[in-house]
Design a protein around this ligand. Structure first.
Ligand SMILES: Cc1cc2nc3c(=O)[nH]c(=O)nc-3n(C[C@H](O)[C@H](O)[C@H](O)COP(=O)(O)OP(=O)(O)OC[C@H]3O[C@@H](n4cnc5c(N)ncnc54)[C@H](O)[C@@H]3O)c2cc1C
Length: 426
């Protein structure tokens, strides 16, 4: 088995394959170092979120309401699976399951929170709860809070420790990871690298936002950047004021996504979108840093928690992968021996684990509950050629910023978001 990419997708796949059949010869081909991509740089939300709604999942070809609900259950179970495996394998990644609080800080956000709770009740076990402002204060003290939603199905973790720990575990299981070995093209049962050709029964493409760099894959996913900052470790008095004692991950209901967590070493790690998409899906180290976005994130943290004097010690970013219909997918084409998983948008920390287990079942020809989930075999159509891709994605991203301003000024739900939201998966 040849796996291209040593992020969570590639490494979880290697892990479950090696566990299922220790006689398999498995190599992972990685362009840089294990964890170089989004897996080593993310916000550490190991959540049950999936990038498209249950309603959308149910309407996909061959799917239905039950299949969409099964997918939701599988995602919830995956949050626990990551905790169980990391603990069993001794991967110390600060995993703690404290749920997620999504604040509502304007009337329009509160209306969206209520709608989400109603949808969750219609489409699943109904475990998303609406919290009053007082109930929120028992979990976190933030400004302008009118209410929030809470789900128990999320763990906060340290992304880098998870991916490096996982790489060490798969090596112990006999998997070979070739770092600094970029794959330039794929063929039936072949991965072509700058050093030679690797032949394998199955080649797994696990390169997510970097996929457009491989021959023939330029329109498969679009790399969208997400950026993060982290504060210095805060003292106990500040944490007493802020709360987050059980380390729930935190966001609010604005259109341009933000996300945060209290890290195990007492920092606030906080991220958000707003960085531009780059023409022809280009990825460059310099794109990881956008001073305008870092500044906006620092302002958001200061404003959310009333922390005027806090110091920010870290800032970074990276590309995640978005498919044209914003739906993640996993699959195996037996004819060509090519398997793939990706398009997780900002929900890959847990979904990659589900992908790894599902790919293992597909590759080993096991017909299981996982291989019947509605995202299996789903094919998103390709992105538009440039310049349409650049124009559309950046217009969508910009519209979400404007939509949040519109809501702040008018107090009503944004009309811009209603029109442009579908371009950015809302
Ligand atoms: C800043 C940020 C914050 C995020 N926050 C969250 C979050 O809180 N929760 C969440 O669920 N998700 C989050 N995500 C998304 C999540 O990190 C990803 O969905 C997930 O890590 C994808 O894992 P992957 O293994 O598929 O891809 P990656 O981790 O990107 O791995 C792909 C690997 O392929 C390698 N590669 C690329 N091209 C080649 C080639 N040609 N040959 C060989 N190797 C190659 C890369 O070097 C890389 O190591 C975030 C992403 C970012 C960038």
């Amino acid at each position: 088995m040849a796996i291209v990419g040593a992020g969570y997708t590639g490494l979880w796949t290697a892990y479950y394959l090696a566990k299922a059949d220790p006689s398999l010869r498995i190599v992972v081909l990685e362009a840089q170092t294990a964890g170089f991509g989004a897996s080593g740089r993310n916000g550490g939300w190991c959540s049950a979120l999936f990038p498209v709604s249950s309603q959308r999942l149910a309407s996909m070809p061959g799917s239905n309401r039950e299949a969409a609900i099964e997918m939701h259950r599988a995602m919830q179970a995956t949050v626990n699976e990551v905790g169980l495996v990391t603990s069993a394998e001794g991967i110390d990644c600060d995993y703690h399951k404290g749920g997620t609080v999504v604040l509502a800080r304007t009337p329009a956000q509160l209306a969206r929170a209520r709608a989400e709770v109603a949808a969750a009740q219609e489409w699943g076990p109904g475990d998303l709860r609406l919290l009053s402002a007082d109930e929120v204060a028992a979990k976190v003290r933030a400004t302008k809070v009118l209410g929030a939603t809470f789900t128990p199905h999320c763990a906060a973790l340290h992304p880098g420790k998870l991916v490096r720990g996982l790489a060490a575990v798969v090596e112990r299981l006999g998997v070979t990871i070739h770092e600094h070995t970029p794959v330039t093209a794929l063929g039936p049962g072949r991965a072509i690298t700058s050093y030679g050709v690797v032949r394998a029964e199955v080649v797994v493409l696990a390169t997510e936002g970097f996929t457009p760099g491989i021959d023939g894959q330029s329109r498969a996913v679009a790399p969208i950047y997400s950026l993060m900052i982290a504060t210095e470790p805060l003292d106990d008095a500040l944490w007493k004021r802020i709360g987050l004692a059980d380390r729930p991950t935190l966001s609010d209901n604005r259109h341009l996504t933000i996300y945060g967590q209290r890290t195990a070493d007492g920092r606030i790690a906080f991220g958000g979108r707003g960085a531009p998409y780059h023409f022809r899906s280009r990825i460059r180290p310099s794109y990881d840093e956008v001073p305008r976005v870092f500044k906006a994130l620092r302002r958001t943290v200061r404003e959310l928690f009333e922390l005027p004097e806090v110091q920010f010690t870290h800032a970074w970013g990276g590309p995640l992968g978005v498919s044209r219909d914003w739906c993640a997918s996993v699959g195996l084409d037996r004819g060509s021996g090519l398997a793939w998983a990706g398009g997780y948008v900002g929900d890959g920390v847990s979904t990659t684990n589900l992908a790894g287990r599902t790919l293992t079942d597909l590759i080993l020809r096991r017909d299981t509950g996982l291989t019947r989930l509605p995202w299996v075999g789903h094919r998103s159509r390709r992105w538009e050629p440039e310049p349409w891709r650049w124009l559309g994605i950046n217009a969508g991203l910009r519209a979400m910023t404007v939509a949040d301003v519109e809501e702040r000024l008018t107090g009503r739900g944004s009309r811009i978001a209603r029109v442009m939201g579908p371009l950015v998966g809302q």
